[in-house]
Design a protein around this ligand. Sequence first.
Ligand SMILES: [Ca+2]
Length: 88
Amino acid sequence: MTTRAEVIADVTALVNSRYGGDWRKAFDAKDADGDGRLSRKEIVALLADAMDLSLLDRWAAATAILREMDADSDGCVSYREFEAKMKA
Ligand SMILES: [Ca+2]
């Protein structure tokens, strides 16, 4: 199992190393369809870059992230939701 702290630590490391610490840039890069929200599939792609996990574990972690971050329950994570949780 992947803990929330591990996910945040690894995603933060990715944002720092690849996007110069710019969360907005990282979010936009992973928002593949450009709708301003990260879908489960887009979150899985983000985790694939950030962490060395099996596909199954990536999906489980993405589901946990959605459950926690998706404040308005639209099935996606908005930048506001993403930033609020990740940078907390
Ligand atoms: Ca999207």
